[in-house]
Design a protein around this ligand. Sequence first.
Ligand code: CAO
Length: 416
Amino acid sequence: MNEKALDGVRILDFTHVQSGPTCTQLLAWMGADVIKVERPGEGDATRGQLRDIPGVDGLYFTMLNHNKRSVTINTKTPSGLAVLDRLIQSCDVLVENFAPGALDRMGITWERIQALNPRMIVASVKGFGPGPYEDCKVYENVAQCAGGAASTTGFDDGPPLVTGAQIGDSGTGLNLALGIVAALYQRTRSGRGQKVLAPMQDAVLNLCRVKLRDQQRLARTHTLHEYPQYPDGRFGEAVPRAGNASGGGQPGSILKCKGWETDPNAYIYFITQAAVWPAVCKVIGEPGWMDDEAYATPQARLLHLGPIFRRIEKWTMTKDKFEAMEILNQYDIPCGPILSMKEIAEEPALRATGTIVEVDHPTRGKYLSVGNPIKMSDSPTEVTRSPLLGEHTDEVLGQLGFSPDEVAAMRAEGAI
Ligand code: CAO
């Protein structure tokens, strides 16, 4: 095994479902020893959710808990709490994403943790930060709705839409991981732990900052020229849904390609970057648009984006998405094929970089997972399978100094 960036860091992982586990999985990929604490007999609820093989840990669990060790502890028993105390003393970071107040109700308060280990970093995901909703339980789509993503996603004539990208869960997990690493770094100087909080609403809003930008532009100018509502539609007081329009200053749209009638993903994203406008005109067979004053400047084109993209689509519909991509790339015209999950799963380049990995599991067999999206030249990622429930209980309790007899007694009383 190669040396890893977080070698020597030990994480007490109290996370479940998606947001917290994303964070601790990233830390594990970077070398941390992640000890996942689960409830005896049940474990993380995702072990049993969306199962595709009866009795086998669901992919929901296996894909979020690689490179971790699993320990079962009933934290609502005195012996379970005693094990936790030793874990707190021997770990650097406690990560949790319980409902608000659950950790305190278990008796694991900040004060108790500080008394046991003042160097410990306590990192939490919650749905909301302090404010009217701070006591609420939150799942992905609630965060997308409360963070501004849903109201700004979808088409003008349709309802708010949530996106398939788990920006509330995995997005917040990323924020939390960064907060933890920064707190570990600060601890090298201060010698102290600290609390790290990553609210899901805040994470989603942070990813929606361009819409907060547009809200202020709209308030000042009452229009947004790059939105599909311009020039014919009406703007209200809040940023409207922009369909597939590009979020930046370069107009873009999703256009049909050859085969769209039967293939739901035969589309390409096409960006009419100003610098390559002459090349766009040439490729689609409209050389006259280069000098036509209705089309020649970005400002003029904003008035005609609908007809422009319909004309470009007439061209893209004559090519499949990969042919179109190849031609457009020759002219540096920014574009991207709409890739299905099937195409992505089969993409050899993503396998080669470890962004998609095949993992072997003792009860499931081989399955695909995402690998580490962060590549480090001196800290390679080796993805190993997720643990079975309680697979490492004896090993970890032994490392904490409990004798085999003590472990057997705790098991008999249902504490582990
Ligand atoms: N031993 C004993 N009890 C345990 C335990 C263990 N090892 N692990 C958990 N528990 C208990 C908790 O103490 C809690 O008990 P109390 O309600 O009596 O305090 C109970 O299990 C349930 O915890 P929970 O409320 O966190 O779990 P839930 O399934 O009801 O809610 C969720 C799940 C995600 C809505 C909630 O945890 C939450 O809002 N978390 C914060 C936001 C978040 O991370 N959301 C994203 C989840 S990913 O989509």
